[in-house]
Design a protein around this ligand. Structure first.
Ligand SMILES: Cc1cc2nc3c(=O)[nH]c(=O)nc-3n(C[C@H](O)[C@H](O)[C@H](O)COP(=O)(O)OP(=O)(O)OC[C@H]3O[C@@H](n4cnc5c(N)ncnc54)[C@H](O)[C@@H]3O)c2cc1C
Ligand code: SF4
Length: 620
């Protein structure tokens, strides 16, 4: 074990949350050590490999990062559906729930935010207060408290959106005179075709008393529509946002890391295994293991580091794992419980005319009319994303579609020998006709906090560094399933208005591990990658893990930050809200450190050099 060093703050994890905390505290002059389990190329550079992505056969979110057995990442390909229904999970996450938790995350410098889509809608004021509708858990703070932090997060991410549209069509209270940092991302051709066919029409949600008027609305996103020094170049529409934006137009944590002050030190390949308390419950620091070769635990060095404050920012599931493995913060018995995601129902089809899919960001617009109001008491509310990437998520197109056309879309062979594939002009026409008309809708369901959906430690199962592996127990409630029923009904009506052929199929088998039957009909859901809820925020230490500052009730100098703190997700992709609460936490941490240390003089500190490694940042 190496000798311990003392820091003002240790941050565990260099994803969105950890990078923001480190930036905010570093800017205030505090000495921050960021310990990151994954590999990475350091401040400012994305921890991804474009060539690896280009040559990957299946373009999943992890396709641009190298396998790392010592800091494994759960992958969507770890899940397989069984032929008669049910599923099995073969990867890093062990699962024993009735239905699978169907999302992954990345353990690499920059975290999951290297591969995210970049959609950044705010939560709506009523999303913080779902108990009013008879389900879920309320937040201890409301939209008004978070509003200035939303603006700060939008500035950091460089969000592109239209204020009037968000105010008028999403009913978001935005302050007078506010402008998003970037003008909105232009609507795709598909968005315009869909808007032309749907805007102003009503559809009947089976759970609502009145019909809902459809309106296509631009989605706020963390991608640049103008080139600025703060945010980088303009989005060029290269359509590989998951997992890698080659231009840097999409926000990733690397952008925040590039602006860290010299008082922030990053150590990559440093896997934290335990948080160390003292005899009275204050946290002294952490134990971590450093590796060189990601494939082998040989040569791993055990280290400790001490700090006045420790911040866990390792992702909802990993934060819970660390707290459970350390036996901390769990007097409420809520650590690991309330695991949430946004279960997604996909519907896909062919439009009558070509609409130019597989270009631009994954989604530029959506339909917002099913997110709000009393009907959410009867069924989960949902946002509808209009998908610009054809049937990619649904069936793996365009590759699988082209393969099918090459294989057996041509004339029948004589003698019962099957069908010939298409080549040349016939292939080009078929590709244009079929792939050019593909579109998909993504219905993202709110899933509320359920203590039975949880992360525990798998008995007797350890990773290569000797830490207990996470075991997930997950299911969908009837509230979510009712939302999925409503979504399919709404989709059927939308497809009819569009004159679209519906190709959606929900069948048990390897590619639909989230298949289930409800009220006699088959459905399948996907994970959105929005893991949340595992160190839930609340008003009382008896029923929650962290307070509204994301500070553990049981340990005054331990913070657990990220989506794991969120008591509800609404129907908004969660990272903007998570960034807002995290920036707010940074202010609290600053105040706590100031109280501990007295006022600091920024000019007295000078650039921080990590004494152990002899340079400002270790970007191994
Ligand atoms: C495909 C995909 C698309 C998404 N798209 C969107 C979107 O459009 N909009 C949106 O709002 N959200 C989206 N999300 C979710 C979003 O990516 C996450 O909410 C966000 O990245 C979480 O940030 P985080 O910092 O809390 O965790 P992470 O980004 O997961 O970062 C955690 C970091 O901690 C490190 N770490 C883990 N364990 C340890 C340990 N023991 N010791 C040291 N370090 C450790 C990890 O390596 C990682 O770097 C998407 C997710 C996926 C998978
Ligand atoms: S569409 Fe291309 S340039 Fe734009 S954010 Fe996505 S990957 Fe980056």
């Amino acid at each position: 074990m190496t000798a311990s060093e003392h820091f003002d703050v240790i941050v565990v994890g260099a994803g969105v949350a950890g990078s923001l905390i480190a930036r905010s505290l570093g800017d205030r002059g505090w000495r921050v050590l960021v310990l990151e389990a994954g590999r990475g190329d350091g401040a400012g550079a994305p921890a991804v490999d474009v060539e690896r992505f280009r040559s990957a056969l299946v373009k999943v979110p992890s396709a641009a990062i190298a396998a790392n057995p010592l800091a494994a990442s759960p992958d969507v390909l770890d899940l397989r559906g069984d032929p008669g229904g049910g599923y099995h999970a073969d990867g890093y996450l062990l699962q024993n729930g009735r239905l699978p938790y169907a999302s992954g995350y990345l353990r690499v410098n920059g975290g999951t935010g290297t591969a995210w889509t970049g959609l950044t809608p705010r939560m709506h004021p009523e999303d913080f207060d779902t108990e009013t509708f008879g389900y879920g858990r309320n937040w201890p703070i409301d939209y008004a408290v978070l509003e200035p932090h939303y603006r700060a997060a939008e500035l950091e991410f460089g969000v592109a959106a239209d204020v009037a549209e968000q105010r008028d069509l999403v009913s978001l209270p935005l302050p007078d005179g506010y402008a998003f940092p970037h003008s909105p991302v232009p609507a795709s051709h598909l968005d315009r075709v869909v808007a032309g066919a749907l805007d102003g029409h009503g559809v009947q949600d089976p759970f609502a008393t009145r019909s809902t008027e459809l309106r296509v609305v631009g989605t706020p996103q963390a991608r640049n529509t103008t080139s600025t020094e703060a945010h980088g170049p303009v989005c060029e529409g290269s359509a590989s946002c998951i997992p890698v934006c080659p231009t840097g137009a999409k926000y990733t944590p690397g952008r925040t890391q590039a602006r860290w002050s010299p008082s922030v030190a990053l150590v990559t390949r440093a896997v934290v295994g335990r948080i160390m308390p003292d005899a009275v419950g204050r946290i002294r620091g952490v134990e971590y293991q450093r590796y060189d070769d990601p494939a082998s635990p040989a040569g791993v060095i055990r280290c400790t580091a001490d700090a006045d404050i420790v911040v866990l920012a390792a992702h909802a599931i990993e934060n819970a794992r660390l707290l459970l493995a350390s036996g901390l913060a769990n007097s409420s018995d809520q650590v690991g419980r309330n695991l949430m995601d946004h279960p997604v129902l996909l519907t896909w089809g062919l439009l009558p005319e070509p609409i130019g899919p597989y270009r631009g960001p994954g989604s530029t617009s959506g339909l917002e009319g099913f997110r709000f109001g009393p009907v959410r008491g009867a069924r989960a509310p949902f946002r509808i994303e209009i998908g610009n990437w054809g049937w990619n998520w649904a069936v793996g197109a365009p590759d699988v579609e082209v393969r099918a056309l090459l294989r057996d879309a041509g004339p029948t062979l004589p003698g019962g020998g099957g069908r010939r594939g298409l080549l040349g002009t016939a292939l080009r026409h078929a590709v244009g006709n079929r792939i050019g008309r593909q579109f998909a809708l993504q219905f993202e369901m709110e899933q509320c906090a359920d203590p039975m959906n949880r992360v525990t430690l798998a008995p007797g199962q350890f990773d290569l560094l000797g830490s207990p592996r996470p075991l997930l127990t997950y299911d969908l409630s009837d509230h979510v399933k009712a939302g999925i029923v409503a979504a399919k009904s709404v989709s059927d009506q939308i497809f009819a208005l569009l004159g679209a052929e519906d190709h959606s199929r929900y069948e048990p088998g390897p590619f639909q591990p989230g298949w289930f039957e409800f009220e006699g009909r088959p459905y399948a859901y996907r994970g959105a990658g929005h893991g949340a809820g595992t160190h839930i925020m609340g008003n009382s230490p008896a029923t929650s893990v962290v307070d509204s500052w994301q500070r553990c009730w049981d340990h005054p100098n331990l913070f657990a930050v990220g989506c794991g703190s969120m008591p509800s997700l609404g129907t908004s992709n969660p990272t903007l809200t998570m960034a807002a609460i995290t920036l707010r936490s940074a202010e609290r941490i600053h105040r706590d450190l100031t109280a501990l240390n007295g006022p600091i003089r920024l000019s007295a500190r000078g650039p921080y050099r990590n004494p152990r490694i002899g340079k400002e940042n270790d970007n191994a």
